[in-house]
Design a protein around this ligand. Structure first.
Ligand SMILES: NC(=O)c1ccc[n+]([C@@H]2O[C@H](COP(=O)([O-])OP(=O)(O)OC[C@H]3O[C@@H](n4cnc5c(N)ncnc54)[C@H](OP(=O)(O)O)[C@@H]3O)[C@@H](O)[C@H]2O)c1
Length: 309
């Protein structure tokens, strides 16, 4: 039977990890995309109907105040139905804000105290009993691996977190934390797109394959830069992606970028940041579209010819 290209797949992120939807929706930009709780709730219901059940957020999302995205998203999730979604959030980034007067500089904190406080605050803001997947958001260079791992394992034992993962961590730092954790590291959430090819050559995707976890991919269309930038090189890449899209019956360059990510054997799951239904539907089809090897390499060559030297 042939695959339905408009159906969202289910992805087991690690043999002992969560099952997520094969396209994830990211809430980082939602405050500029939806102007009422009703609109956001309707959007979540629509995502669920499409098969997108995983929602990505973070403690720091929100303007002007951090935590406001978790709170507003939590209200919409309560209306749409908690049981319909897997909720991914993140801890560890410390922003300067009126809500955190103790922060003099932006920094990162994986101390046990901060991980616990952040988890409890996220649970409260989101209005849920358990976080399906908690990620360490950005590397804390002062991380004490025993302390960080101990805090995460304790929160799992208490039923506050179901699974743990990391984001933007080097492979050596993932190995370090994994060596102290009882729970498996079930994902690494990373930037990867035709505009950002580092993961294909710096060992990030190799590590995911070796350790058997699926990465989550943020900014798959470069946060919109791929579509809007006037930069000559990006414009040339966009034209190539538009041609690729035409070949595969995809809507346009953004969708070709998502098919590009999906082609890598590491099986990265795109986190789509658009608030528009046609673009999200296009991303679902793109995630199910297999690019030919040479079409994939043509995109690499356009972005970074030095990878062929
Ligand atoms: N772990 C981390 O450090 C990290 C960092 C950044 C993001 N994230 C997560 O990843 C998610 C996705 O990131 P992202 O929002 O940067 O992803 P993205 O999907 O690359 O970018 C979304 C942006 O691109 C625009 N866009 C999409 N398709 C377009 C098109 N065809 N033409 C013009 N504009 C288009 C969208 O505008 P419209 O809404 O108008 O479509 C939106 O502003 C975030 O929500 C967040 O959950 C994680």
């Amino acid at each position: 039977m042939s695959k339905d290209v408009n159906a969202v797949s289910r992805v087991r992120m690690h043999r002992n990890g969560p099952e997520l939807s094969g396209v994830i929706w990211g809430s980082m930009r939602m405050q500029s995309q939806f102007s009422s709780l009703g609109q956001l709730t309707e959007h979540l219901n629509w995502l669920h109907e499409q098969g997108i059940t995983t929602l990505d957020t973070a403690s720091v999302y929100g303007h002007p105040d951090p935590f406001s995205v978790e709170e507003e998203l939590g209200e919409a999730i309560a209306r749409a139905g908690r049981d319909k979604f897997e909720i991914v959030t993140k801890c560890g980034i410390q922003r300067i804000s009126r809500l955190r007067p103790e922060n003099r500089v932006r920094h990162f904190d994986f101390s046990a105290k901060e991980i616990r406080n952040s988890t409890e605050r996220s649970l409260r803001k989101l209005g849920i009993d358990e976080i399906d997947l908690m990620l360490l958001h950005r590397p804390d260079y002062l991380m004490d691996p025993d302390e960080t791992a101990g805090a995460l394992d304790a929160l799992i034992a208490e039923g506050k977190i179901r699974h743990v993962g990391v984001s933007n961590l080097s492979v050596s730092r993932i190995d370090l934390i994994a060596s102290r954790l009882k729970a498996p590291v079930t994902t690494n959430q990373i930037e990867f797109s035709p505009l950002h090819l580092d993961p294909i050559s710096d060992g990030t995707l190799d590590h995911a394959l070796r350790e058997g976890y699926k990465p989550m991919i943020w900014s798959p269309v470069g946060g919109g830069r791929l579509l809007k930038s006037d930069d000559e090189q990006i414009a040339a890449l966009r034209s190539l992606l538009a041609e690729t899209a035409q070949t595969y019956g995809l809507a346009g360059p953004a969708e070709a970028a998502i098919a590009f990510i999906a082609r890598h054997p590491a099986g990265g799951v795109p986190i789509v940041g658009s608030g528009k239904r046609d673009r999200i539907a296009g991303a679902i089809k793109a995630a199910n579209t297999e690019l030919d090897r040479q079409d994939w390499y043509a995109i690499v060559a356009k972005t970074n010819p030095s990878l062929f030297l």
